[in-house]
Design a protein around this ligand. Structure first.
Ligand code: AP5
Ligand code: MG
Length: 216
């Protein structure tokens, strides 16, 4: 099963992708995580992407399309994948269609996670992750069971993303509305688009996604 999670910054794509990954034995393909890994490693892609990401803008389509096409070819994707953060523009959506057709793969569903902009700023500025295993938390909405200790690995170091400032979030939201939201009708016409209310609690969103996938 190959699924796209589509929604604005902070909609919960990463949170829900991790759950789908575990439950359905799929692989989460987060282009944001791949770019952050590239920035951390200091490779060519990372050097090109760093400033663009910190400005809340989109990395050029050709770089993203090559990145995801190579990743889908890896053997761990054969059982299916969850695209988190890709496609984000019409050229990316069209390129994804061509690459899936070439590779003989099908798209099961595109899940649109609907959340109002005002809520997203709080979600993003309160977010942090375990520096050891990457598990995601939030200052108010998703705290570890024991304060300061990661539920998943027991790690005690946490990090915040450099693009998670209130100012950058506004640019990221603007990019979403201008460049990414316009691809929703493209998937609507193909009959694969399912919307969920991303403003409910995390477990409730998971339940809605499971329903949507079952009904697809
Ligand atoms: P990316 O990493 O994809 O960031 P994003 O789309 O801005 O999305 P986020 O990761 O911020 O949010 P999320 O939806 O994953 O939410 P999360 O689950 O963490 O991209 C970063 C940058 O990389 C882009 O700006 C761009 O520059 C570049 N890039 C990436 N892909 C690209 C592409 N294809 N083309 C071009 N450029 C690209 O949740 C957020 C917080 O809310 C968490 O703390 C969580 O605990 C909490 N939360 C989640 N769900 C709920 C809920 N239901 N209720 C309450 N709290 C919740
Ligand atoms: Mg994410």
């Amino acid at each position: 099963m190959n699924v796209i999670l589509l929604g604005p910054p902070g909609a919960g794509k990463g949170t829900q992708a991790k759950r789908l990954e575990e439950k359905h034995k799929l692989i989460q393909l987060s282009t944001g995580d791949m770019l952050r890994a590239a920035v951390a490693s200091g490779n060519d892609l990372g050097k090109k992407a760093k400033e663009i990401m910190d400005a809340g803008q989109l990395v050029p389509d050709n770089l993203m399309i090559d990145l995801i096409s190579d990743r889908i070819d890896q053997p761990d994707c054969t059982n299916g994948f969850i695209l988190d953060g890709f496609p984000r523009t019409t050229p990316q959506a069209e390129a994804l269609d061509s690459m899936l057709a070439e590779k003989g793969l099908k798209l099961h569903s595109v899940i649109e996670m609907k959340v109002q902009d005002e809520i997203l700023v709080d979600r993003i500025t309160g977010r942090y992750t375990c520096a050891n295993c990457g598990a995601g938390y939030h200052d108010s909405f998703q705290q570890p069971r024991v304060a300061g200790v990661c539920d998943a690995c027991g790690g005690t170091e946490f990090t915040r993303r450099s693009d998670d400032t209130a100012e950058t979030v506004r640019s990221r939201l603007a990019a979403y509305h201008a460049q990414t939201a316009p691809i929703l009708p493209y998937y609507g016409e193909k009959g694969v688009l399912k919307a969920v209310d991303g403003m409910t609690g995390i477990d409730e969103v998971t339940a809605q996604i499971e329903d949507a996938l079952g009904a697809a």
